[in-house]
Design a protein around this ligand. Structure first.
Ligand code: CTP
Length: 212
């Protein structure tokens, strides 16, 4: 078993769909590299839906906390904290299910957990040293989601609009937006430059303290 002699600095990056969570996380990763930063995407922990017929999968509520396999996510974050590598499931949005591949994630001094519900679970929040909520206006988030779901996730305009009104919007108000109060910092306008600079400055100082 691989062990590390320090507790990783765990950062949670939450926010609504299309808010820019992935961009913030990828900027932190790009600033320090994969030896220093590992990113865990909560989307990859959507529950396995192999038991459901393919035609009913698109109708599920993917914006409710119960859509995720929390036990596996918490177990994986605990493993990374203990210096153990994990095999993260890989989610395929085009089939609404996990693919048959996994993604190896190694322990690192900085672990970023990124997702709609990154600041929802008390056990996960307790493990985080920095909790960030990306607070982007809902009209901007909807436009981004529409563009992305059509180009990357194989969806139609009608399906994006229906899903947004039926589940994405109400679940955001009920479950995601309230997690803003769990955040240490709230970033407006998505991955804005000054905010990302402040985060990377903090991470740089944490990494500096780890040097012998
Ligand atoms: N989702 C979906 N179909 C699935 C699974 C999830 O449409 N089979 C949608 C959910 O409705 C949820 C969204 O995927 O709202 C979660 O991804 P999102 O947060 O939008 O993507 P990120 O790229 O992680 O976010 P950001 O744009 O903030 O970087």
């Amino acid at each position: 078993m691989n062990t590390i002699s320090f507790q990783p600095f765990i950062i949670g990056v939450a926010g609504g769909s299309g808010s820019g969570k992935s961009t913030v996380s990828q900027k932190v990763l790009a600033a320090f590299g994969a030896d220093m930063v590992s990113v865990v995407m909560q989307d990859d922990y959507y529950c396995d839906q192999t038991h459901l017929a393919p035609e009913v999968r698109p109708q599920q509520n993917y914006d409710h906390p119960q859509a995720f396999e929390w036990s596996l996510l918490v177990q994986h974050i605990q493993a990374l904290r203990n210096g153990q590598a994990i095999e993260m499931p890989e989610y395929d949005f085009t089939i609404h299910n996990r693919s048959n591949r996994t993604i190896p994630v190694k322990p690192a001094p900085v672990i970023v957990i990124e997702g709609l519900f990154a600041l929802y679970d008390a056990d996960l929040c307790d493990m985080m040293s920095l909790k960030i909520y990306v607070d982007t206006a809902s009209d901007i988030r909807f436009i981004r989601r529409m563009q992305r779901d059509i180009t990357e996730r194989g969806r139609s305009v009608e399906s994006v609009v229906d899903q947004y009104l039926e589940t994405v919007r109400p679940m955001h108000k009920q479950f995601i937006e309230p997690t803003k109060r769990n955040a240490d910092i709230i970033i407006p306008h998505g991955a804005n430059g000054p905010a990302v600079d402040m985060i990377t400055t903090k991470v740089a100082s944490v990494i500096e303290q780890l040097k012998p």
